[in-house]
Design a protein around this ligand. Structure first.
Ligand code: PEP
Ligand code: MN
Length: 344
């Protein structure tokens, strides 16, 4: 339910409402708008009747939240969410690019990639310490050792770190190092992991499952949001279709479709969508043209030797081209949108 407070409600009256909600065991999210304060309590309808709150001092009205996306929906939260990742504002005016290898393989590999990523002006480095692999015999990531290297690389190059948490058990050590914790596509409906992410202080990058509908993806985001973490970024990374020319199919239309339903920022990962180096840059360009707030792109100094996802990793020179091109497209799209609105 949504509890609308009167314009002149006192802090004590607001506090009294919050205490009733807390006693009922439901989480409450106060939000200040130009009009007045309101309190979002998405689980409250199961625990309380509106007539418990309506007579309370300072309460103007109690209304049900009819949207299925009680915290992610644009109909409940009016302003768009901007997620701050070590100073980068995802969902703001700028296109935010995250680049780096699929996984941390060695000190030399990580530092080499980090150096050229930083040189292109990109501020966020991606690299998995724990890798969710299809085969149990494939490279699983260097785990704790990789996290130590990521800490070192962050301080050396002043880069924010994006890395994946694959299990509840290792979430804490990942969040200690990460500036943005990734929940991978295969874990999009791992509800225990989503709840743990919801209790984290760090922002969450929630990849779309390879076969997930937009609805399922947004409900996964609700799991994180409803535990209290409001900093969630969605990331489209390609879905499974019958097409076999690419690893997955980049669902370009889901980017504007998601942005219409939710205030959360939406990024795109053209690397896992394409699975082929030669398709990554065109897919990146398409995602930005469709309104993506940022990109997550794999790059490797020696893709032929990569321990995972080598065929889709951009070479250093291609990575630079990609950055220049998508920044250009982003500017053009932003200017054209403004210009067309001024004309008509
Ligand atoms: C990755 O980012 O390396 C990864 C495993 O991504 P996804 O979960 O989208 O497959
Ligand atoms: Mn990968």
């Amino acid at each position: 339910m949504l509890i609308l407070m009167e314009r002149g409600a006192t802090p004590q009256q607001v506090q009294a409402v919050l205490e009733v909600l807390e006693a009922a065991g439901v989480r409450a999210f106060p939000q200040e708008t130009a009009m007045a304060l309101s309190i979002l309590a998405p689980h409250a309808s199961q625990a309380l009747k509106p007539d418990r709150l309506e007579p309370m001092g300072g309460v103007a009205k109690v209304v049900p939240i009819t949207s299925p996306y009680k915290l992610a929906g644009t109909d409940v939260v009016a302003s768009r969410t901007i997620v701050d990742v070590r100073g980068m504002k995802v969902g703001g005016e700028e296109l935010v690019i995250v680049g780096g290898p699929c996984g941390v393989e060695s000190r030399e590999q990580l530092f080499t990639v980090a150096r050229y990523v930083a040189e292109t002006g990109v501020k966020l480095l991606r690299a998995g310490a724990y890798k969710p692999r299809t085969s149990p015999y494939a490279f699983q990531g260097l785990g704790t050792e990789a996290l130590e290297l990521l800490k070192e690389v962050r301080d050396t190059f002043d880069l924010g770190i994006v890395t994946e948490a694959t299990e509840v058990e290792t979430f804490e050590e990942v969040e200690r190092v990460a500036d943005l914790v990734q929940i991978g596509a295969r874990n999009m409906q791992n509800f225990a992991l989503l709840r743990r992410a919801g209790r984290s202080e760090k922002p969450i990058l929630l990849k779309r499952g390879p076969a997930a509908t937009l609805e399922e993806w947004l409900f996964a985001a609700e799991y994180v949001l409803s535990e209290g973490n409001r900093n969630v970024i969605l990331c489209e990374r390609g879905i499974r279709t019958w097409a076999d020319h690419a690893r997955n199919t980049l669902d370009v239309s889901v980017i504007p479709a998601a942005k219409a339903l939710t205030h959360l920022p939406v990024m795109a990962d053209p690397s896992h969508a394409a699975g082929r180096r030669d398709l990554v840059i065109p897919c990146a360009r398409a995602a930005v043209a469709a309104g993506a707030d940022g990109l997550l792109v794999e790059t490797h100094c020696q893709p032929d030797r990569a321990l995972s996802d080598g065929p889709q990793a951009l070479l250093p020179s291609d990575f630079i081209h990609m950055v220049v091109q998508v920044r250009g497209i982003h500017e053009v799209v932003r200017d054209i949108e403004k210009h067309s609105r001024m004309l008509f």
